[in-house]
Write a protein that binds this ligand. Structure first.
Ligand SMILES: [Zn+2]
Length: 218
């Protein structure tokens, strides 16, 4: 099982303000500046939550190259005891937590409802990648370990499903539309087939922070 390699934390200092929560929607303290010291309490808390969720991961050293950065990176190989992720992918710890919650709370029940199957593998295209967004203006959330492209799923009792335009009225269409729609309450950007020309074969799920918690859900 995953053993976070973080050094032991110093005893708490009651005179210091509490570290910011690192749940969804909270600002990412780790991205505020170069992080070379010991892991923060927020970082350690996130790793502990991954363990509790049954996520299989390896803790990595903070990533910083060009403008790209991940403060608390993990390489994830499974999102639960029964659902692998292929290939193993690098992401920010808080992102991994959200991905695991989406799988457990959305994908598993919807697969059971619409496909009478349980997912066994999440097929990933791009996770962390240090490249410009397609528009060229800003770095993509992939550059911060805060975005993943979901290409499809494998299941225990049916053939794999690839994300694409599914035939209307099919169980596959109902499943894909449900998991895409419900991803919007967990991630701040959800793009898939039908959003634009770039997302015809995958779901892009990211956690970009915008003013007023504005979300893009298409
Ligand atoms: Zn993407």
């Amino acid at each position: 099982m995953a053993q976070p390699a973080a050094p032991p934390l110093p005893p708490p200092r009651p005179d210091l303000p509490a570290p910011p929560a690192d749940g969804p929607g909270a600002p990412k303290a780790a991205s505020a500046g170069p992080q070379t010291g010991p892991a923060t309490e927020a970082d350690t808390g996130c790793l502990e939550r991954l363990d509790k969720l049954g996520v299989r991961f390896e803790k990595l050293s903070p990533v910083q190259e060009k403008g790209c950065k991940i403060g608390n990176p993990v390489s994830v190989s499974a999102l639960s005891n029964t659902i692998e992720i292929a290939p193993a992918s690098v992401m920010e710890c808080s992102y991994a937590e959200n991905l695991a919650r989406w799988i457990a709370n959305v994908v598993v029940p919807r697969a059971s409802e619409h496909l009478q199957s349980a997912p066994t593998k999440l097929l990933i295209g791009t996770a962390y990648q240090c490249r410009d967004q397609r528009s060229g203006a800003k770095l993509s959330e992939h550059a911060f370990g805060n975005g993943v492209d979901v290409m499809g799923f494998e299941f225990d009792r049916r053939p794999p499903l690839r994300v694409k335009f599914q035939s209307e009225g099919s169980p596959e269409a109902a499943f894909q539309s449900a998991i895409q729609k419900e991803a919007c309450s967990i991630f701040t950007t959800v793009l898939g087939p039908g959003s634009d020309d770039d997302h015809g074969d995958h779901l892009h799920l990211d956690m970009r922070m915008r003013k007023g918690d504005y979300r893009i859900c298409q």
